[in-house]
Design a protein around this ligand. Sequence first.
Ligand code: PDD
Length: 289
Amino acid sequence: MGSGADTVFLNGQFMPMHEAKISPMDRGFLFGDGVYEMVPCHNKRLVALELHMARLQNSLDGIGLKLNMCLKDWQNIAQNLMQQHTSDNVGIYFHVSRGADIKRFHAFPADIPPTIFAFAFEIPPAPVANRQLAKPIKVISSEDLRWKRCHIKSTSLLGNVLHFQHGQEAGVNETILYNSQYELTEASSCNVFIVKDNSVYTPPLDKQLLPGITRHILLDLLQKDLNIHMQERVITMQEVHAADEIWLTSSSKEVAAVVELDGKPVGKGEVGPVWQIAQNLFNANKYNY
Ligand code: PDD
Protein backbone atom coordinates (compact mmCIF):
# COMPACT_ATOMS: atom_id res chain seq x y z
CA MET A 1 0.00 0.00 0.00
CA GLY A 2 1.49 3.38 -0.97
CA SER A 3 0.87 6.64 0.79
CA GLY A 4 0.40 10.27 -0.17
CA ALA A 5 1.19 11.68 -3.57
CA ASP A 6 3.15 8.67 -4.79
CA THR A 7 0.32 6.11 -4.53
CA VAL A 8 -0.88 4.58 -7.79
CA PHE A 9 -3.51 1.99 -8.70
CA LEU A 10 -2.48 -0.88 -10.96
CA ASN A 11 -4.64 -3.88 -11.86
CA GLY A 12 -6.71 -3.97 -8.69
CA GLN A 13 -4.14 -2.80 -6.15
CA PHE A 14 -2.90 0.45 -4.65
CA MET A 15 0.89 0.64 -4.33
CA PRO A 16 3.79 3.12 -4.25
CA MET A 17 4.63 4.38 -7.74
CA HIS A 18 8.09 2.74 -7.75
CA GLU A 19 6.49 -0.69 -7.23
CA ALA A 20 4.13 -0.37 -10.21
CA LYS A 21 5.50 -2.47 -13.07
CA ILE A 22 4.05 -3.12 -16.53
CA SER A 23 5.30 -5.67 -19.10
CA PRO A 24 7.14 -4.29 -22.15
CA MET A 25 4.79 -6.59 -24.10
CA ASP A 26 1.84 -4.46 -23.00
CA ARG A 27 -0.04 -3.34 -26.11
CA GLY A 28 -0.33 0.12 -24.62
CA PHE A 29 3.48 0.31 -24.82
CA LEU A 30 3.92 -1.49 -28.17
CA PHE A 31 0.97 -0.05 -30.11
CA GLY A 32 -0.49 2.81 -28.04
CA ASP A 33 -3.47 0.41 -27.89
CA GLY A 34 -5.45 1.95 -25.05
CA VAL A 35 -7.67 4.78 -23.92
CA TYR A 36 -7.57 7.21 -21.01
CA GLU A 37 -9.39 9.88 -19.00
CA MET A 38 -8.35 12.77 -16.78
CA VAL A 39 -10.86 13.80 -14.11
CA PRO A 40 -10.18 17.10 -12.33
CA CYS A 41 -10.72 17.52 -8.62
CA HIS A 42 -10.62 20.71 -6.54
CA ASN A 43 -10.91 20.93 -2.76
CA LYS A 44 -11.40 17.14 -2.64
CA ARG A 45 -14.42 17.31 -4.97
CA LEU A 46 -14.43 15.49 -8.31
CA VAL A 47 -15.74 17.38 -11.33
CA ALA A 48 -18.16 15.53 -13.64
CA LEU A 49 -16.96 11.99 -12.85
CA GLU A 50 -20.03 10.41 -14.48
CA LEU A 51 -19.54 12.33 -17.73
CA HIS A 52 -15.87 11.34 -17.83
CA MET A 53 -16.69 7.70 -17.22
CA ALA A 54 -19.41 7.74 -19.90
CA ARG A 55 -16.79 9.09 -22.33
CA LEU A 56 -14.34 6.38 -21.19
CA GLN A 57 -16.99 3.78 -22.05
CA ASN A 58 -17.43 5.36 -25.50
CA SER A 59 -13.66 5.26 -26.02
CA LEU A 60 -13.54 1.59 -24.91
CA ASP A 61 -16.41 0.78 -27.30
CA GLY A 62 -14.59 2.74 -30.03
CA ILE A 63 -11.58 0.41 -29.80
CA GLY A 64 -13.58 -2.77 -29.07
CA LEU A 65 -12.20 -3.27 -25.56
CA LYS A 66 -14.50 -4.93 -23.03
CA LEU A 67 -14.05 -4.15 -19.37
CA ASN A 68 -15.83 -5.27 -16.22
CA MET A 69 -15.79 -2.00 -14.28
CA CYS A 70 -18.75 0.04 -13.10
CA LEU A 71 -19.00 3.71 -12.12
CA LYS A 72 -18.71 2.79 -8.42
CA ASP A 73 -15.39 0.98 -9.06
CA TRP A 74 -13.90 4.05 -10.79
CA GLN A 75 -15.31 6.31 -8.10
CA ASN A 76 -13.64 4.27 -5.34
CA ILE A 77 -10.28 4.45 -7.11
CA ALA A 78 -10.64 8.20 -7.70
CA GLN A 79 -11.70 8.92 -4.10
CA ASN A 80 -8.85 6.86 -2.71
CA LEU A 81 -6.17 8.56 -4.85
CA MET A 82 -7.66 12.00 -4.27
CA GLN A 83 -7.88 11.58 -0.49
CA GLN A 84 -4.28 10.38 -0.26
CA HIS A 85 -2.82 13.17 -2.38
CA THR A 86 -1.33 16.12 -0.52
CA SER A 87 -2.58 18.75 -2.99
CA ASP A 88 -6.13 20.16 -3.06
CA ASN A 89 -6.04 20.41 -6.86
CA VAL A 90 -5.42 17.12 -8.61
CA GLY A 91 -6.17 15.36 -11.86
CA ILE A 92 -7.06 11.69 -11.61
CA TYR A 93 -5.56 9.91 -14.61
CA PHE A 94 -7.25 6.62 -15.68
CA HIS A 95 -5.61 4.46 -18.31
CA VAL A 96 -6.86 1.19 -19.81
CA SER A 97 -4.73 -0.70 -22.33
CA ARG A 98 -5.60 -3.95 -24.10
CA GLY A 99 -3.04 -5.73 -21.91
CA ALA A 100 0.17 -7.73 -22.37
CA ASP A 101 0.38 -10.59 -24.88
CA ILE A 102 3.27 -13.05 -25.37
CA LYS A 103 3.82 -12.00 -28.98
CA ARG A 104 3.73 -8.77 -30.95
CA PHE A 105 0.84 -9.24 -33.37
CA HIS A 106 -1.42 -6.43 -34.59
CA ALA A 107 -4.76 -8.28 -34.28
CA PHE A 108 -6.60 -8.11 -30.95
CA PRO A 109 -5.55 -11.11 -28.82
CA ALA A 110 -8.33 -13.22 -27.28
CA ASP A 111 -8.72 -13.38 -23.51
CA ILE A 112 -5.87 -11.32 -22.12
CA PRO A 113 -6.71 -9.11 -19.15
CA PRO A 114 -6.58 -5.37 -19.83
CA THR A 115 -4.07 -3.25 -17.92
CA ILE A 116 -5.81 -0.72 -15.65
CA PHE A 117 -3.69 2.06 -14.24
CA ALA A 118 -4.58 5.23 -12.30
CA PHE A 119 -2.73 7.92 -10.41
CA ALA A 120 -3.31 11.46 -9.13
CA PHE A 121 -1.16 14.45 -10.06
CA GLU A 122 -1.23 18.09 -9.12
CA ILE A 123 -2.99 20.52 -11.47
CA PRO A 124 -3.24 24.34 -11.22
CA PRO A 125 -5.97 25.77 -8.99
CA ALA A 126 -9.20 26.64 -10.82
CA PRO A 127 -8.81 30.04 -12.55
CA VAL A 128 -10.30 33.02 -10.74
CA ALA A 129 -12.93 34.61 -12.98
CA ASN A 130 -11.30 38.02 -12.98
CA ARG A 131 -9.85 39.63 -16.11
CA GLN A 132 -7.01 41.27 -14.20
CA LEU A 133 -5.99 38.08 -12.36
CA ALA A 134 -6.38 35.72 -15.34
CA LYS A 135 -3.33 33.94 -16.73
CA PRO A 136 -3.63 34.64 -20.47
CA ILE A 137 -2.04 32.29 -22.96
CA LYS A 138 -0.52 32.49 -26.43
CA VAL A 139 -1.01 30.04 -29.29
CA ILE A 140 0.07 29.33 -32.84
CA SER A 141 -2.00 27.57 -35.50
CA SER A 142 -1.08 24.59 -37.62
CA GLU A 143 -2.72 22.04 -39.96
CA ASP A 144 -4.19 19.14 -37.97
CA LEU A 145 -2.02 16.16 -38.94
CA ARG A 146 -3.48 13.64 -36.47
CA TRP A 147 -5.67 10.64 -37.32
CA LYS A 148 -9.35 10.52 -38.31
CA ARG A 149 -10.67 9.19 -34.98
CA CYS A 150 -9.99 12.14 -32.69
CA HIS A 151 -13.33 11.54 -30.88
CA ILE A 152 -11.70 8.53 -29.17
CA LYS A 153 -9.58 9.53 -26.16
CA SER A 154 -6.77 7.27 -27.25
CA THR A 155 -3.38 6.91 -25.57
CA SER A 156 -1.87 7.03 -29.10
CA LEU A 157 -1.05 10.69 -28.59
CA LEU A 158 2.06 11.11 -30.74
CA GLY A 159 0.20 13.36 -33.21
CA ASN A 160 -0.98 15.55 -30.32
CA VAL A 161 2.47 15.51 -28.72
CA LEU A 162 4.15 16.70 -31.94
CA HIS A 163 1.62 19.54 -32.36
CA PHE A 164 2.04 20.56 -28.71
CA GLN A 165 5.84 20.46 -29.01
CA HIS A 166 5.64 22.66 -32.12
CA GLY A 167 3.95 25.30 -29.95
CA GLN A 168 6.51 24.92 -27.19
CA GLU A 169 9.36 25.42 -29.65
CA ALA A 170 7.61 28.53 -30.99
CA GLY A 171 7.54 29.90 -27.41
CA VAL A 172 3.75 29.65 -26.96
CA ASN A 173 1.45 27.57 -24.74
CA GLU A 174 -0.64 25.62 -27.27
CA THR A 175 -1.20 24.87 -30.94
CA ILE A 176 -4.64 25.45 -32.48
CA LEU A 177 -5.41 23.03 -35.32
CA TYR A 178 -7.29 23.32 -38.62
CA ASN A 179 -8.31 20.72 -41.21
CA SER A 180 -7.53 20.66 -44.95
CA GLN A 181 -10.54 22.99 -45.52
CA TYR A 182 -8.89 25.59 -43.24
CA GLU A 183 -11.61 24.97 -40.61
CA LEU A 184 -10.88 24.94 -36.88
CA THR A 185 -10.88 21.48 -35.23
CA GLU A 186 -9.44 21.82 -31.69
CA ALA A 187 -6.05 22.36 -30.04
CA SER A 188 -3.50 19.63 -29.28
CA SER A 189 -4.87 19.11 -25.74
CA CYS A 190 -7.91 21.42 -25.50
CA ASN A 191 -11.15 22.38 -27.25
CA VAL A 192 -11.48 25.85 -28.76
CA PHE A 193 -14.20 28.52 -28.52
CA ILE A 194 -14.29 31.93 -30.22
CA VAL A 195 -16.28 35.07 -29.43
CA LYS A 196 -17.42 37.51 -32.11
CA ASP A 197 -19.73 40.47 -31.38
CA ASN A 198 -20.71 38.92 -28.04
CA SER A 199 -21.74 35.60 -29.64
CA VAL A 200 -19.85 32.43 -28.71
CA TYR A 201 -19.02 29.69 -31.23
CA THR A 202 -17.35 26.28 -31.07
CA PRO A 203 -16.97 23.59 -33.75
CA PRO A 204 -19.62 20.82 -33.73
CA LEU A 205 -18.73 17.34 -32.48
CA ASP A 206 -17.45 14.93 -35.10
CA LYS A 207 -14.45 12.63 -35.52
CA GLN A 208 -12.10 15.61 -35.89
CA LEU A 209 -12.20 16.52 -32.21
CA LEU A 210 -12.52 15.14 -28.71
CA PRO A 211 -15.93 15.64 -27.07
CA GLY A 212 -14.43 17.58 -24.19
CA ILE A 213 -16.22 17.43 -20.86
CA THR A 214 -15.31 21.06 -20.09
CA ARG A 215 -16.67 21.99 -23.54
CA HIS A 216 -19.90 20.09 -22.79
CA ILE A 217 -20.44 21.80 -19.42
CA LEU A 218 -19.61 25.26 -20.74
CA LEU A 219 -21.90 24.84 -23.78
CA ASP A 220 -24.75 23.75 -21.53
CA LEU A 221 -24.25 26.73 -19.21
CA LEU A 222 -23.90 29.27 -22.01
CA GLN A 223 -26.94 27.92 -23.83
CA LYS A 224 -29.02 28.38 -20.66
CA ASP A 225 -27.77 31.94 -20.19
CA LEU A 226 -30.34 34.17 -21.83
CA ASN A 227 -27.90 37.01 -22.37
CA ILE A 228 -25.42 35.02 -24.44
CA HIS A 229 -25.87 33.68 -27.96
CA MET A 230 -24.05 30.35 -28.24
CA GLN A 231 -23.77 28.19 -31.35
CA GLU A 232 -22.00 25.02 -32.41
CA ARG A 233 -21.00 25.43 -36.06
CA VAL A 234 -18.12 25.11 -38.49
CA ILE A 235 -15.60 27.92 -37.88
CA THR A 236 -13.10 28.96 -40.53
CA MET A 237 -9.59 30.00 -39.56
CA GLN A 238 -10.31 33.43 -41.07
CA GLU A 239 -13.00 33.76 -38.38
CA VAL A 240 -10.59 32.58 -35.69
CA HIS A 241 -8.08 35.26 -36.74
CA ALA A 242 -10.83 37.92 -36.71
CA ALA A 243 -12.30 36.82 -33.33
CA ASP A 244 -12.74 39.24 -30.42
CA GLU A 245 -11.82 36.46 -27.97
CA ILE A 246 -10.47 32.93 -28.21
CA TRP A 247 -10.73 30.43 -25.34
CA LEU A 248 -9.24 27.00 -24.79
CA THR A 249 -11.10 24.54 -22.55
CA SER A 250 -9.82 21.43 -20.80
CA SER A 251 -10.17 19.64 -17.48
CA SER A 252 -6.93 21.10 -16.16
CA LYS A 253 -7.27 24.63 -17.63
CA GLU A 254 -11.07 25.05 -17.36
CA VAL A 255 -11.56 28.14 -19.58
CA ALA A 256 -8.28 29.78 -20.64
CA ALA A 257 -8.22 33.13 -22.45
CA VAL A 258 -5.94 33.38 -25.50
CA VAL A 259 -4.48 36.84 -26.10
CA GLU A 260 -2.11 36.11 -29.00
CA LEU A 261 -2.51 33.94 -32.13
CA ASP A 262 0.36 33.46 -34.60
CA GLY A 263 2.19 36.46 -33.16
CA LYS A 264 -0.81 38.83 -33.47
CA PRO A 265 -3.11 40.09 -30.72
CA VAL A 266 -6.53 38.45 -30.35
CA GLY A 267 -9.09 41.28 -30.33
CA LYS A 268 -7.57 44.00 -28.17
CA GLY A 269 -4.82 41.63 -27.03
CA GLU A 270 -6.21 41.35 -23.53
CA VAL A 271 -8.46 38.97 -21.59
CA GLY A 272 -12.00 39.68 -22.75
CA PRO A 273 -15.24 40.41 -20.88
CA VAL A 274 -17.12 37.34 -22.20
CA TRP A 275 -14.33 35.08 -20.89
CA GLN A 276 -15.00 36.45 -17.40
CA ILE A 277 -18.71 35.56 -17.67
CA ALA A 278 -17.86 32.08 -18.98
CA GLN A 279 -15.28 31.21 -16.31
CA ASN A 280 -17.56 32.60 -13.64
CA LEU A 281 -20.44 30.40 -14.83
CA PHE A 282 -18.11 27.41 -14.94
CA ASN A 283 -16.77 28.01 -11.42
CA ALA A 284 -20.26 28.38 -10.00
CA ASN A 285 -21.74 25.25 -11.61
CA LYS A 286 -19.02 22.69 -12.37
CA TYR A 287 -19.86 20.44 -9.37
CA ASN A 288 -23.45 20.08 -10.57
CA TYR A 289 -22.48 17.80 -13.48
N1 PDD B 1 -6.77 16.76 -22.52
N2 PDD B 1 -9.04 17.90 -26.89
C1 PDD B 1 -7.97 17.11 -26.65
C2 PDD B 1 -7.18 16.62 -27.80
C3 PDD B 1 -7.62 16.81 -25.32
O1 PDD B 1 -6.56 16.03 -25.08
C4 PDD B 1 -8.40 17.33 -24.26
C5 PDD B 1 -8.09 17.03 -22.83
C6 PDD B 1 -9.50 18.14 -24.58
C7 PDD B 1 -10.41 18.71 -23.49
O2 PDD B 1 -11.21 17.69 -22.92
P1 PDD B 1 -11.72 17.79 -21.42
O3 PDD B 1 -12.44 19.06 -21.29
O4 PDD B 1 -12.60 16.61 -21.27
O5 PDD B 1 -10.52 17.71 -20.51
C8 PDD B 1 -9.81 18.39 -25.90
C9 PDD B 1 -6.49 16.17 -21.24
C10 PDD B 1 -6.67 17.12 -20.13
C11 PDD B 1 -5.15 15.48 -21.27
O6 PDD B 1 -4.79 14.96 -22.31
O7 PDD B 1 -4.48 15.42 -20.24
